[in-house]
Design a protein around this ligand. Structure first.
Ligand code: UTP
Length: 298
């Protein structure tokens, strides 16, 4: 058997949604950040759509207090559907919110101790399989989507993969940064070997300007590494630190995403995503362009 035929497929995705969303307060006091809509779909819906496009159907949400609206969103809304049906309205608009019974599992992260801790909370559900991670506040727009591009790369090289993109050097200290090795191979020349990872480095210490951008495919061994992972930057248990310890023991590659990424965890990124997507929608583009011109006085 070749290596490709023995590689386990990516069937499960973990969505850590237990963060406090402090940058969006007070909007996120009672509403999860992941339910904020870009036009007419909440952020979590874009991430779930991207997972399904990549063939991933088993969804694991790491939630916390005040996050039940996310689970409600993917539940059957009996009264709404009965009322709409009774009025002759189409239910097609609800189609993306439908999930096969048993395909959505939630796990509580009782205390938000960091992204690494949130992922570790999924260990029993993930079991002994490679799995995907989506940070839903990073909106990845591409065709094919980011995870589909990553799964294609995974089918070639296996191991662990993270999605990366270049940022200006003065922004690296806000992100996880990779130390790149060999570059430009694999599907579309998108792969880079990862030799090291560092979370939120000082600008002068950063090994590159390639930042980790919210999508991962990891081997289940990361759970054991997280088990013994101490606190890192910001006093949180960092996924980046645990991944860094796996380098050298397992293949580790970065995929440069062919598409656009919007940081919807920040206010300006959120506004940019809303405008960019509105300008691409056939049902709104003309009106939004005219409105933007009017507002800018051009
Ligand atoms: P962020 O760093 O964006 O934190 O987390 P946050 O709490 O969501 O937002 P701010 O910075 O306070 O505004 C990155 C991702 O990790 C999840 C978040 O939900 C988000 O998807 N996360 C973070 C957890 O699930 N648990 C944690 O303990 C920390």
């Amino acid at each position: 058997m070749t290596e490709t035929t023995t590689r386990k497929p990516i069937r499960k995705a973990v969505f850590p949604v237990a963060g406090l969303g402090t940058r969006f307060l007070p909007a996120t006091k009672a509403i999860p950040k992941e339910m904020l809509p870009i036009i007419d779909r909440p952020l979590i819906q874009y991430a779930v759509d991207e997972a399904r496009e990549a063939g991933i159907e088993e969804l694991i949400f790491i939630t916390g207090r005040g996050k039940t609206a996310i689970v409600e969103h993917f539940d059957q809304a009996y009264e709404l559907e009965a009322t709409m049906g009774g009025r002759g309205k189409s239910l097609d608009v609800l189609e993306p919110t439908r999930i096969q019974p048993g395909n959505l599992v939630t796990v509580r992260q009782q205390v938000p101790l960091g992204l690494g801790h949130a992922i570790w909370c999924a260990r029993a559900i993930v079991g002994n399989e490679p799995f995907a991670i989506f940070l839903p506040d990073e909106l990845m727009v591409g065709n094919p989507g980011c995870m589909k591009q990553m799964v294609e790369a995974y089918n070639e090289v296996g191991g662990n993969l993270i999605s990366v993109l270049e940022v200006p050097e003065d922004e690296v200290s806000s992100y996880g940064v990779i130390q790149p090795g060999k570059r430009g191979f694999g599907p579309g020349g998108a792969l880079t070997e990862v030799l090291g990872l560092v979370e939120k480095p000082k600008r002068e210490d950063a090994p590159s300007n390639l930042i980790i951008s919210g999508r991962y495919i990891l081997q289940p061994e990361v759970m054991r590494t997280l088990e013994s992972q101490g606190k890192g930057a910001g006093g949180e248990i960092q996924l980046t630190d645990a991944m860094a310890r796996m380098i050298g023991q397992q293949p580790f590659h970065a995929v440069t995403f062919a598409g656009r990424r919007f940081d919807c965890g920040s206010k300006t990124g959120f506004v940019e995503a809303t405008l960019a997507l509105a300008l691409e929608r056939e049902d709104m583009a003309d009106e939004v362009r005219a409105m933007a011109k009017r507002l800018l006085g051009v």
